[in-house]
Design a protein around this ligand. Structure first.
Ligand SMILES: CC(C)(COP(=O)(O)OP(=O)(O)OC[C@H]1O[C@@H](n2cnc3c(N)ncnc32)[C@H](O)[C@@H]1OP(=O)(O)O)[C@@H](O)C(=O)NCCC(=O)NCCS
Length: 319
């Protein structure tokens, strides 16, 4: 067994890592090479802040496993840095031979060298998975290597054919919900910087800089301006829809991000109005199978007819 440095510019490495993931995780959790390229793009965050490295394990001259690890640093996050094992997979024929353990050991050593105090499985910027998918049964592997299980999060889904606005979404008064337009850019970024200055603000900055269309953000406007936003994904969005693993759902597919509303406006029905506006926007564009990803509290989304679609264990350890 030999460990080789993963090169995100190498088509052979992108193809090998994608093939290993798809073979190890199965059709329901498969993704395209385009998604692997997107999630390992060295230009991500303009080359600053996010640091990612990877290894491909070669056995008898053939790729058999891979791991990617990353850490977010200034200006996006401050020390002590939290590190991530972004993705890890071993071909089924090579499992239970110590390859996964060797890859985790490499990732932990690299992350320690980057100044990380803690490592989390998944949940990286440009996420592969929020944690080990429950259906793969790999949380036991991480537990064996000293990781603690920190609960479960889930994706929810529904078919938008037949979606009708639920009563909960009719409470907000004096607000408009619509896709953002180019002239909304400063107001959208101002809202995100004020209310969600770490993850969502920087995600928006880099998506817009990279050429994503601004209308994938649905905004809620009150009398004082933007007071809510959420990000949606279509099959033709800049951000690949593969990330949400919608394969079992009817096409066309779509996704809707978590709802973000100004802290001083919560409890006014704005979140529900924003959800409904986004769902009707997706529905009007023909979307059927729709995923809302990475949720811990499901009641709010259940009111819109969403049901639990996939679960992930959350796993982490101190380094
Ligand atoms: C999880 C995975 C990477 C493990 O790789 P592997 O090469 O089979 O793991 P190793 O052989 O190094 O196993 C190390 C130890 O964990 C144990 N182990 C492996 N898989 C396990 C599992 N699913 N449940 C419990 N223990 C497991 C092994 O028996 C071994 O135990 P030991 O201490 O007695 O030797 C592999 O099963 C895989 O690719 N799964 C699909 C992808 C995935 O779930 N990735 C995680 C999310 S990113």
């Amino acid at each position: 067994m030999a460990l080789n440095t993963f090169d995100p510019r190498s088509s052979a490495h992108i193809e090998a890592a994608t093939g290993i993931w798809n073979a190890a995780c199965g059709a329901g959790l498969s993704f395209s090479e385009r998604f692997m390229r997107y999630n390992t793009d060295p230009a991500h965050w303009n080359g600053q802040g996010k640091h990612q490295a990877g290894q491909i394990v070669v056995v008898d001259g053939q790729p058999a496993g891979f791991a990617l690890a990353s850490v977010m640093k200034e200006p996006y996050a401050g020390a002590p840095y939290s590190g991530h094992i972004d993705a890890l997979a071993v071909l089924p024929a090579h499992q239970r031979r110590g390859i996964g353990r060797a890859l985790v050991a490499w990732a932990e050593t690299w992350l320690r060298g980057q100044g990380c105090a803690r490592v989390t499985v998944g949940a990286s910027a440009r996420t592969f998975v929020p944690g080990p998918p429950l259906e793969l049964g790999s949380a036991g592997f991480f537990e064996r290597l000293g990781y603690s299980r920190n609960g479960v999060c889930c994706d929810m889904a529904r078919d938008l054919a037949g979606y009708i606005t639920p009563p909960t979404a009719l409470k907000a008064k004096g607000v408009t919900v619509r896709p953002a337009q180019p002239e909304d850019k400063d107001a959208l970024l101002g809202f995100l910087k004020r209310e969600f200055p770490t993850g969502w603000y920087w995600e928006c900055v880099q998506l817009l800089e990279a050429g994503s269309r601004i209308s994938d953000y649905v905004i809620l406007l009150s009398a004082r301006g933007v007071d809510g936003a959420l990000l949606v994904t279509f099959e033709d969005s800049f951000r690949p829809l593969d990330r949400f693993y919608p394969h079992r759902l009817p096409r066309p597919w779509g996704q809707l991000g978590s709802v973000g509303v100004s802290a001083d406006c919560r409890g006014s029905g704005y979140g529900a109005a924003l959800m409904d506006g986004a769902l009707r926007y997706l529905q009007a564009r023909g979307v059927r199978g729709c995923v809302i990803d990475w949720l811990v509290i499901v009641d709010f989304y259940a009111r819109f007819g969403f049901e639990v679609f996939r679960q992930y264990e959350m796993a982490s350890r101190d380094l």
